[in-house]
Design a protein around this ligand. Sequence first.
Ligand code: CA
Length: 410
Amino acid sequence: MKTLRPLMLAGSLLATATLPALAADDFSACLAGLRKDAAASGVSGATYERFTGGLEPDMSVVESLDYQPEFRTPIWDYLAALVDDERIADGRAMLVQWADTLKAVEARFGVDAATVVAVWGVESNYGRNFGKRPLVTSLATLSCFGRRQNYFRGEFFTTLKILQEGHVAPEHLNGSWAGAFGHTQFMPSTFMRVAVDFDGDGRRDLVDSVPDALASTANYLARAGWRSGEPWGYEVRLPQGFDANLAGRKKRRPLAEWVAMGVTRIGDQPMAPHDGPAAVLLPAGAEGPAFLVFRNFDAIYSYNAAESYALAIAHLSDRLRGGGEFITPWPTDDAGISRAERRELQTLLLTRGHDIGEVDGMIGSRTREAIKVEQTGLGFEANGRAGRKILDALRRQPPPATAPDANPAR
Ligand code: CA
């Protein structure tokens, strides 16, 4: 299981770390001290020397380890960006482009194409976002500084073994600060356990081989207990007076018990003929959408141990199959916005003279500060959230005449 991966929208941190004067010396001594343990893990001396010789630490990853986001992303914001029109259209294009591979993957692992592609879309935006940090540098640093050094040493040695075995090109082995990499954003230990060679070149390459990546995702889900042909779950309507304490992913009951309580499926379709355990999820409390989830939801959940994340993948898979949005609205009067709308909002902020940097659809601290200024001017609550209300308000208001020209990128 992957750990320590921040949710994609939990807040960006780009603080440039300053290297303490002694860190580089400490780092060299630490790496020299780890050589024996690396050898015991199967890393040859030559490999160790080749990839750690002259290595410098990246102390910013230690800051990332301790970072606590000051801004909690509401589930409707999280889903609005992860399951937006762009990602649905891109995913449908991938279903067509990789149809033969996905068919072979389903035949071997029993996981359907839409689910595999949905994981791909959420994990790396179909291979567009791998993370930019050299894995060896990040994991070597986390092996020598900060909390959880023992955990990261295991990942560090495993990374060196991946390189030693020649699975991934060293210059392409970049990823998140914590070491998740490639199309599937597996941690190195997950790679070793689960990655498969599906294109038959003898290498398990989750960076430069889409077939290897798609098959490895399916293998992960299969090992996590995926059941072919069963739904992950679906949106339901709860009976009047439903006791919200019964909800929770681990509070499983036979489907028949939920039906007896008056839980019904939303839409025209009947409850699945399914006798396994089911749980009710209320991701935004009793006032928001409710879901009945089955074994396959847990398989998706195991990929990153966050319910909002699993729901994003599950929902995206439904949208890729042609399904619609959730019927029950989220309990907010200020809905979430897509990545295209985030970029539009950032462009509107630029035209108003806010120095928010590049228009990238990522809502970081500078964008939030600019939103607060505009919210204050409009008499809104100044919470810095990039939502429907502020976007609509700025769309209606022409920028002040004194605002500098801005480049509406993209
Ligand atoms: Ca391969």
